[in-house]
Design a protein around this ligand. Structure first.
Ligand code: S3P
Length: 443
């Protein structure tokens, strides 16, 4: 356990870069592994989650060199070229690492064993097992196909057409990655579009991919399996999900003025920033540009008074990881904020709906927790704080409540900040460097 405390911060000021995007970093490794030739990745997120995916790929026969300073080099083995691992693949805390790698493994003809930490072993895997079994793989897992899970990859992969029953980019990506080594056309239909980093990266590696608009706002993605994909260098943008904590902190701490450099601005990831703008936040996306197939921009944020909003359920996929910190912003806003369509939060690194509600209550905020919604009664710019928050092994709950403490009258304590390293190594130093006051053993 690594307890931390966050006390009222002075104005937060400066121009900073948050670490590389977690979703894109996992995918960059997995696709570079499937390419032929050497790929150099710049700005890779060097956090535990991504390191687990790199370690798994090494065990599957991919040569990976950590050059230093965020630069990594991979010698891809080509589509279908992974080798049977001689030990269990341990994905730590990472749902993305486990689910996306499982997609690749499903259509490689060998057996592998996957596990993870206590949080990951609780998370549902049936959502990937079901389509991957349709493609011919077999699985032996615990109830709900939870980890530890063994995958008996098929040597006769079948391409499928699959409609996502939950809005999940992880499930979409697992099917597309499995489809890479299946002959013929794999199709995923998503009723609600989710983050499209896999599709963008496949294109970056020169793979023809079709994406079409379907009826009622749905999207169809199709690929032809067993292509040759060719190595191509790429740079990973800064993670908008990590930037969310800095943006919220700067909005809530009076007098703050920060710029987040080269932040990922993919419209399927920016629902949080759209919501903040509706709440009255002074946010300015500057110098929008495209890098490595992904939109990026510099985000200028100035302290603002926020007012409550109703956030529609349809926006959830584009801000799914940002609800913990949005809840903190809502607690500081004037009025009652309603967050809808949150069922998926119950199966994240923790039951985030329950963890957010408990944390807010511990900090003196009135909140109603529904099955899939939260109603937060804002304190109108004056957060009391003073709570002890249980992070439930969840990095985003930890960072959200440290953000709360920066804007509160009384310090907020979290029981364990160790998990922050799974997505945002250097969070405490970066925050303290621009004016926060986070302390604790070793902080
Ligand atoms: C991710 C997708 C989301 C998100 C997770 C990363 C990805 O999960 O919560 O942190 O990289 O594809 P789901 O696809 O399960 O919603």
């Amino acid at each position: 356990m690594h307890p931390l405390q966050s006390a009222a911060a002075g104005p937060l000021c400066g121009t900073v870069s948050v670490p590389g995007d977690k979703s894109i970093s996992h995918r960059a490794l997995l696709l570079a592994a499937m390419a032929i030739g050497e790929t150099e990745i710049e700005g890779l997120l060097e956090a535990d989650d991504v390191r687990r995916t790199a370690a798994a790929l090494r065990m599957l026969g991919v040569e990976i060199i950590e050059v230093g300073g965020g630069i990594w080099r991979l010698h891809g083995v080509g589509v279908g070229g992974l080798a049977e691992p001689d030990d269990v693949l341990d994905f730590g805390n990472s749902g993305t690492g486990a689910r996306l790698t499982a997609g690749l493994l499903a259509t490689h003809p060998f057996t592998s064993f996957l596990t993870g930490d206590a949080s990951l072993r609780r998370r549902p895997m049936a959502r990937i097992v079901q389509p991957l079994a349709e493609m011919g793989a077999r699985f032996i897992g615990r109830s709900g196909s939870r980890l530890p899970l063994s995958i008996l990859g098929t040597n006769e992969p079948m391409p499928i057409s699959y409609t996502l029953p939950v809005a999940s980019a992880q499930v979409k990506s697992a099917v597309l990655l499995a489809g890479l080594n299946a002959p013929g056309r794999t199709r995923v239909i998503e009723p609600v579009p989710t983050r499209d980093h896999t599709e963008r990266l496949l294109r970056h590696f020169g793979m023809p991919l079709r994406t079409d608009a379907g009826p009622d706002g749905s999207r169809i993605v199709e690929l032809e399996g067993q292509p040759e994909i060719h190595a191509r260098n790429l740079a990973v943008p800064s993670d908008p999900s990590s930037g969310a904590f800095l943006a919220a902190a700067a909005l809530l701490v009076p007098g703050s003025d920060i710029t987040l450099r080269r932040l990922g601005a993919n419209p399927l990831r920016t629902g949080f920033y759209t919501t903040l703008a509706e709440m009255g936040a002074a946010l300015d996306w500057q110098a929008p540009r495209e890098e490595g197939g992904e939109p990026v921009a510099d985000l200028h944020v100035q302290a603002s008074s926020l007012k409550a909003v109703d956030v529609p359920a349809a926006r959830a996929p584009s801000m799914i990881d940002e609800y913990p910190v949005l809840a903190v912003a809502a607690a500081a806003a004037e009025g009652t904020t309603v967050l809808n369509g949150l069922a998926e939060l119950r199966v994240k690194e923790s039951d985030r709906l329950a963890a957010i509600a408990a944390g807010l209550r511990a900090c003196g905020v009135e909140v109603e927790e529904g099955e899939d919604r939260l109603v937060i009664h804002g304190q109108g710019g004056r957060l009391v704080g003073g709570g002890k928050v249980h992070t439930q092994m969840d990095h985003r709950i930890a960072m959200a409540f440290l953000t709360f403490g920066m804007a509160a009258e009384r310090p907020v304590q979290i029981d364990d900040g160790a998990m922050i390293d799974t997505s945002f190594p250097g969070f405490v130093d970066l925050m303290n460097g621009i004016g926060a006051r986070i302390t604790g053993p070793g902080a």
